[in-house]
Design a protein around this ligand. Structure first.
Ligand SMILES: Nc1nc2c(c(=O)[nH]1)N[C@H]1C(S)=C(S)[C@@H](COP(=O)(O)O)O[C@H]1N2
Ligand SMILES: [Mo]
Length: 320
């Protein structure tokens, strides 16, 4: 039986540590860790990211402005949902244990020819660009990030899916030795690995973005290095981190959160202020780093681009 546990995004707003306080604590810890490292001497060679020289990527003028100020990098690197490294927002130090080279991505399922590709080889086959996107977590906080990466469409084209592929299924690494959050905990083990999915039409949409960098450099470990997705019109849990497998499938994938609590975390998860989460309102959001609460927009403000993906699907639970 599934024991109902309190997930990070279920903590009532009133109990969320104000970000300023939280960040002070985080930067204190980060400072201490940095001092310890400096004392230990030279950084290990393995810490040098071989993709560093690819950034900053050229800004795509279509996505040069998200209509809000870019969230300070320190907030985004230190305030995360990455349950593989713990259920709190303060996993950045723990996530440093993520080993990002070698990093292989398997592409399989309904494709011409399944293959595995190393991240640095994949980066040679695509054109990197920068896009400034909004991100809205289902917990009702939001941020604006200058992501670098390439359209998900480019990855689909490399994979050459067959016509009977209806969905793309993404999978994160599963390595409990490296990622302490994947070890059995108080309430048992979560159904690792993290899985998420999209329809082919969603994956081919221009807004669907594969992220390999942010803030003009390789994406931080805490933010899902070395390769994650970003889908600005959907709740954040759809934007899976640290991907090791991309599968083209006929059946609708069931994401990890949907496996845990299908009544609250559905497949579509499109942002809609009018449809509350079963336990809280989605009408407004707290903008990280500003102390501001602003109204949430349908499809997180990207409706004019994505709403047509959902015509004819009105009977589906599109907004949870
Ligand atoms: N593998 C994995 N991907 C994940 C998550 C996670 O816990 N594990 N959290 C999701 C949620 S709920 C959000 S809001 C975003 C957070 O991304 P950020 O840490 O860059 O803010 O990642 C999403 N992708
Ligand atoms: Mo989220």
């Amino acid at each position: 039986m599934l024991i109902k546990r309190k997930l990070g995004w279920e903590i009532p707003e009133s109990q969320v540590t104000p970000q300023a306080v939280f960040l002070n604590r985080r930067s204190l810890i980060a400072g201490l860790a940095g001092a310890a490292l400096a004392g230990a001497g030279m950084p290990a060679l393995a810490d040098v990211d071989p993709s560093q020289g690819l950034y900053p990527a050229k800004l795509n003028p279509a996505y040069k402005d998200a209509g809000r100020a870019i969230t300070d990098e320190q907030y985004n690197v230190n305030y995360n949902n990455f349950y593989e490294f713990g259920t709190s927002k303060g996993i950045a130090a723990e996530a440093e244990k993520l080993r990002i080279r070698p990093w292989e991505i398997a592409v399989d399922g309904e494709v011409d020819k399944p293959f595995t590709i190393g991240i640095d080889d994949l980066l040679k086959k695509v054109v990197l660009e920068e896009r400034i996107y909004r991100h809205r977590c289902v917990e009702a906080w939001s941020m604006v990030v200058p992501w670098s990466g390439f359209p998900l469409k480019s990855l689909v084209e490399l994979a050459k899916p067959k016509t009977d592929a209806k969905y793309v299924r993404f999978e994160t690494f599963n390595d409990p030795e490296m990622a302490s959050g994947q070890q059995p905990g108080l309430f048992g083990t979560m159904p690792w690995p993290y899985i998420e999915g999209l329809t082919m039409a969603e994956a081919m949409h221009d807004l669907a973005f594969v992220v390999t960098g942010a803030y003009g450099k390789p994406v931080a470990k805490s933010m899902g290095a070395p390769i994650r997705i970003h889908l600005p019109w959907k709740y954040g849990f759809k934007s899976i981190k640290s991907i090791v497998k991309v599968s083209f499938v006929k059946e609708r994938p069931i994401g990890m959160w949907e496996q845990l609590q299908a009544s609250e975390y559905g497949f579509w998860a499109n942002v809609n202020p009018a449809v509350p989460h079963p336990r809280w309102s989605q009408a407004s959001e707290q903008v990280l780093g500003t102390g501001e609460r602003i109204p949430t927009q349908i499809y997180n403000g990207y409706g004019e681009f994505v709403a047509s993906l959902y015509t004819g699907l009105e009977s589906e639970k599109l907004y949870m």
